[in-house]
Design a protein around this ligand. Structure first.
Ligand SMILES: *[C@@H]1O[C@H](CO)[C@@H](O)[C@H](O)[C@H]1NC(C)=O
Ligand SMILES: *[C@@H]1O[C@H](CO)[C@@H](O)[C@H](O)[C@H]1NC(C)=O
Ligand SMILES: *[C@@H]1O[C@H](CO)[C@@H](O)[C@H](O)[C@H]1NC(C)=O
Ligand SMILES: *[C@@H]1O[C@H](CO)[C@@H](O)[C@H](O)[C@H]1NC(C)=O
Ligand SMILES: *[C@@H]1O[C@H](CO)[C@@H](O)[C@H](O)[C@H]1NC(C)=O
Length: 352
């Protein structure tokens, strides 16, 4: 959806470390804050409208906000029924300016649902009008489907205008939702989607978390596993071969993004860290597993406190700007006690 122009290959090909354009040591990113929410708020995910405005979900309440990319001002687009839903998670654009969002039921401390169901709602932003400060006309919100089989749905991506994919982190399953037919199926259930892939007693119950399609592969983070995996996938046949691990060294990976030139940015929520990895698609490379490098934040820093998801800007002339949501470390307070206001922040990725 976001076409990035030809990359600065001449500059970046200087020192190749196993990948076409990987610098020996990626530089530290400068993090800028666009918007800060008063704590406690947990910004969980985001999607960018064609007009550049940012939609961000809250995990601590079932709400979706729009953030102005120029001023950082925010407006509440939709509050779902808080007596039924505990929060909103993945959000993705299907057809132009039509967004799909997960509203999740109440859950316990193991992120297992207590009652109710995960619902996918459709938010048509075409009817959303503001005078800059206030909402003049609401977005049109309709229920798409309840995913009764799911435990807690987390990441979402649009396969195309007809199908969306959603990740059940606790059960380690990706469901495919047929939007026209109003049906869903368990499309991929891979061992590398399970929290228990590496160990019988993982540090977190979250396996598959963020999901994205890239060059005919379905990619996903495994939070407990600390890696990104992939499998060839299409919407009609599901997984078309064996999965493999694409990126290592991303402990507690949350959501992520892959730029058009195969550079991945991985948000590591509970270690407050953003990492970069250079996927190797060179012919004959065998598309090996690559290591990620930290480019911003740290376990004890508030700079990217609870960084949860990433999406590229769609504003003219800002194709390398990567927006990031943060939870303010509400999921795991820094040094045990410190939380901060959650944010929509950004970095310039043109040097990566
Ligand atoms: C960070 O900002 C400094 C000062 O403006 C600049 O020199 C440096 O190139 C920036 N780093 C990145 C990775 O963009
Ligand atoms: C679901 O469980 C929560 C927490 O125990 C409770 O507050 C809520 O009333 C329950 N909702 C329904 C619909 O049963
Ligand atoms: C938008 O929806 C909210 C919540 O239902 C309602 O309170 C508000 O009046 C609506 N705004 C307009 C302009 O219709
Ligand atoms: C999947 O892995 C198995 C076991 O290693 C192998 O026999 C099979 O050929 C692989 N399939 C594909 C499509 O690569
Ligand atoms: C956490 O503790 C480390 C080590 O004492 C310290 O350097 C860091 O500033 C602390 N972080 C916060 C957010 O207080």
């Amino acid at each position: 959806m976001h076409l990035i122009n030809t990359f600065l290959t001449a500059v970046l090909a200087v020192s190749v470390v196993g990948s076409p354009h990987q610098p020996a040591s990626p530089p530290t990113a400068n993090v800028s804050v666009l918007a800060t929410f008063p704590k406690p708020v947990w910004n969980e995910n985001l999607a960018i409208r064609g007009n550049g405005y940012i939609l961000t979900t809250r995990f601590d309440k079932p709400e979706v906000y729009q953030v102005n990319p120029g001023t950082g001002e925010r407006l509440l687009v939709r509050a779902f029924d808080a007596s039924v839903y505990s929060g909103c998670l993945g959000i993705a654009e299907g057809d132009t300016d039509i967004f799909y969002v997960i509203s999740a039921p109440p859950y316990d401390d193991q992120l297992t649902k207590i009652n109710g169901t995960n619902t996918i709602f459709r938010i048509d932003m075409a009817t959303f009008e503001t005078d800059g400060q206030t909402i003049v006309n609401n977005a049109t919100v309709t229920k798409v489907i309840d995913i009764d089989a799911a435990n807690i749905l987390n990441g979402m991506t649009a396969y195309d205008d007809n199908y969306i994919l959603v990740a059940d982190s606790v059960q380690g399953i990706v469901y495919e939702v047929d939007l026209a037919e109003g049906r869903y199926v368990a499309a991929v259930e891979d061992p590398k989607m399970k929290a228990t892939y590496n160990t019988a007693s993982p540090a977190t119950p979250l396996g598959v978390n963020g999901i994205k399609m890239f060059r005919s592969y379905l990619y996903w983070t495994n939070t407990a596993g600390g890696f990104v995996a992939r499998v060839p996938f299409n919407s009609l046949e599901g997984a078309l071969g064996n999965s493999s691990i694409a990126i290592t060294d991303v402990p507690l990976a949350d959501d992520f993004i892959i730029r058009d030139d195969a550079v991945a940015f991985v948000c590591q929520n509970q270690v407050n860290t953003l990492s970069v990895a250079y996927l190797d698609f060179r012919p004959g490379s065998g598309e090996p597993s690559v290591k990620a490098s930290v480019i911003a934040g740290s376990l004890t820093s508030t700079m990217l406190a609870g960084v949860s998801a990433a999406e590229f800007s769609r504003t003219e002339g800002q194709a390398y700007r990567l927006y990031l949501t943060t939870s303010g470390a509400e999921g795991k307070p820094i040094n045990g006690t410190t939380t901060v206001g959650s944010t929509v922040s950004y970095i310039d990725t043109s040097v990566y």
